[in-house]
Structures are given as structure tokens and as C-alpha cells.
Design a protein around this ligand. Structure first.
Ligand SMILES: Nc1ncnc2c1ncn2[C@@H]1O[C@H](COP(=O)(O)OP(=O)(O)OP(=O)(O)O)[C@@H](O)[C@H]1O
Ligand SMILES: [Mg+2]
Length: 338
């Protein structure tokens, strides 16, 4: 088949003046693109590199492809940015891998995805949302649990999450949230900090979706309040170790698997996703977020997980592609003009 590949390379994205230092963090390297292209070719297909942004718009109108393998993160800091490429592909009626625009936009909006998770009975840490600096003086801080973590509402790749994100008091929360509001120009969450194990879960497939694996992320240096922050993700080889399969109590693992699959379905994910949890010392998994467009670089958690479970990189990419192709095979044809 003719498979298009959509992606946003760090070097292809131009930043506005005053953007935060981690503004390019979610974008991909050409090394990742080449690895994925090679994997798709090994699976017997031809690959057409379509890129992202305006370049993608030009290319998708020129190349004829049967399906797009999408890893494009989208442009700007819009909450709907991950939905941009899938929306265009739907307009052109071109099938693609991964979740649709609605799911991608909902999941990048952490407060909204947490509300949907809660409605489905999935525990998630308490939080409040601060839309603008004026609200900092209106929050009922005593109603919140401390320590808390301040994080941008619509980000991934731990953008905006650093050592100073953990706050011990309302005064620290006001100071940190104020600074981050100005820097990231989007709403900030003040979220109850859940101490305990950091676990990330991979899901693959649709009929039914299956747990790929559950991986525990452990700081190499004992920390009371470990945060898998931007600094840690950038220096992961030195700062954390990955345990997969996670050596946790069987009942806790069963509970994590159950709520992961429930969240995947509730939020409308397709083909693959990665979900992040903190497991309280009492064994309750707290849903932090779902990544319906998880990184596929060699340093990404889903890839680390798959390799630890004995998959080859090529097999992971082929499984995502296969999930998308199988889903397309059951899709109803679109009637022209309807
Ligand atoms: N409520 C919380 N309690 C404890 N730790 C938290 C909490 N929220 C976030 N963290 C820590 O911060 C990390 C990043 O948070 P989160 O997963 O929400 O951000 P992200 O930028 O979307 O991550 P990703 O890189 O997976 O896209 C978590 O993996 C966890 O270590
Ligand atoms: Mg995360």
C-alpha cells in the first residue's frame, strides 16, 4: 500500500517571540521519522513523507496515498492542535492511523478528559483550574490539598512541569501559577499531588483494545515527591529506571488495567494510546492523563515499554498500522454528496 507519513519536525516549526524554552519539546526528530518510515517499508508498504503544517497541505493534495500514518502534533499552542492533521484527512476522506480529532482535542484538554474519566468512575486527583491571573486572588485555596502540582492544562511532554511545579502552600501556588500563566499563556491546573508509584500503560488495537504493558518509572535517587518532569525526561538515562512488567501487587495491576481500558473507551481512543497514573500508597490508581498520540521516538515511554517486553521497534509500528488498517476494513463507505 501507499502509506503517507505525517509529522512535525522540531526544525520545521517556527516559534513566536517569547515562547517558553520547551516549546518544541513535543515535536519529532528526523531520526524518529526515518525509523517509522523504515518500519512501514519493512511491513511491505511504500512510504510518502508528507510532513506537517502548510507543507503537509501541499503534499496531501499532490500525493495519492491509501492511508496516513500520523504522528503530527499540530501547530500553535491551540488545544485542538493534535486534531489539525486528522481533521484535514477526514475532510479529504483519507484514512489515517490513531485517534480522531474529537478524541485528540479532548485528551489534550486535561481538565476535560479528567471530568469524563470521573464521570466514568475513574479516580483522578482533585484539581482546580485557573484561567487568568485575576483568578489567583479568587481561589478558595483552603479547599485544596497540599502539596499540589501546578501544570499547564493543555500540554504534553511534561512541558511546563519542572522542579518548581510542586508547591507546598497556597502562597507558593499563587507565585508558581502566576509565573506559568504568563509564560505558557494558557490555563493552569492546581492538582492534588499523589505520592506513590508512577505507572504508564500502553494500549494497542480496537477490537478489543489490549493492554500492551504496564511500566513503573522509578527515580534512581530516592525522592519523597518524585515528578517525572521535563528535566527528568530529558536526562532519563541517568535519572530514572524503567520496570516493565511493573512489579506491583496483582490486584493493583488488575485495577490499573481495568481503568486504563475504561478510559481508552470513554475518551474515544483508537489504535493505540499511553495512559499515565500515580498509584497511591493504598493501591488506588489515579488517572493523570491519556496520550492518544504518544511519542514513538526511541526515548519515548511506549517504545521503551514495548522493547522491554520483547517487541522489536518495527513490530510496534506494524501493530499500530495493522490496528488502523483493520479498523478501516470495517468502516462504512462514504457516499459522495451525503
Ligand atoms: N497529580 C499529580 N500527582 C503526582 N504527580 C503528578 C501529578 N500530575 C503530574 N504529575 C507528575 O508530572 C508528570 C507529568 O504530568 P502529566 O503526565 O500530566 O504531563 P504531560 O506533560 O502530559 O506528560 P507526557 O509527557 O506523558 O505527555 C507525571 O508523569 C507525574 O510524574
Ligand atoms: Mg504524562
Amino acid at each position: 500500500m501507499r502509506i503517507g507519513l505525517t509529522y512535525d519536525l522540531k526544525e520545521a516549526v517556527s516559534l513566536e517571540a517569547g515562547s517558553p524554552q520547551d516549546a518544541l519539546e513535543e515535536y519529532d526528530s528526523s531520526e524518529t521519522v526515518e525509523l517509522i518510515a523504515a518500519a512501514i517499508e519493512t511491513a511491505g508498504h511504500s512510504v510518502f513523507r508528507l510532513g506537517g503544517g502548510a507543507e503537509f497541505l501541499d503534499n496531501i493534495l499532490r500525493e495519492r496515498v491509501d492511508l496516513v500514518f500520523n504522528i503530527a502534533e499540530g501547530r500553535g499552542n491551540y488545544v485542538g492542535r493534535e486534531a489539525q492533521v486528522p481533521s484535514v484527512l477526514e475532510m479529504l476522506n483519507i484514512p489515517y492511523s490513531g485517534s480522531g480529532p474529537q478524541c485528540l482535542a479532548i485528551c489534550l484538554d486535561k481538565p476535560l478528559s479528567k471530568k469524563l474519566a470521573l464521570a466514568a468512575g475513574i479516580p483522578t486527583p482533585q484539581w482546580c483550574l485557573i484561567d487568568n491571573p485575576a483568578e489567583l486572588s479568587e481561589i478558595f485555596w483552603n479547599g485544596l490539598t497540599f502539596p499540589a502540582i501546578i501544570k499547564p492544562a493543555d500540554e504534553g511532554s511534561s512541558k511546563g512541569i519542572g522542579v518548581s511545579s510542586l508547591v507546598a502552600s497556597p502562597a507558593e501556588a499563587v507565585e508558581t501559577a502566576g509565573r506559568l500563566l504568563e509564560c505558557y499563556r494558557q490555563p493552569m491546573m492546581v492538582e492534588e499531588f499523589i505520592p506513590g508509584d508512577e505507572v504508564t500503560v500502553g494500549i494497542i488495537g480496537n477490537a478489543p483494545p489490549m493492554i500492551l504493558g504496564m511500566m513503573r518509572i522509578l527515580p534512581k535517587k530516592q525522592a519523597d515527591f518524585f515528578v517525572y518532569s521535563l528535566e527528568v525526561k530529558r536526562d532519563y538515562l541517568n535519572l530514572v529506571s524503567y520496570e516493565c512488567p511493573a512489579r506491583l501487587d496483582e490486584q493493583v495491576l488488575a485495577r490499573i488495567a481495568e481503568v486504563s481500558l475504561k478510559a481508552f473507551r470513554t475518551l474515544g481512543c483508537r489504535d493505540f494510546a499511553r495512559l499515565d497514573f500515580r498509584v497511591s500508597p493504598q493501591g488506588t490508581p489515579y488517572f493523570l492523563e491519556v496520550n492518544p498520540l504518544p511519542g514513538l521516538g526511541t526515548h519515548s515511554d511506549l517504545v521503551i515499554m514495548a522493547l522491554k517486553l520483547g517487541w522489536r521497534y518495527q513490530e510496534l509500528i506494524a501493530a499500530v498500522l495493522q490496528a488502523a488498517l483493520a479498523r478501516q476494513a470495517t468502516r462504512l463507505p462514504v457516499v459522495e454528496g451525503s
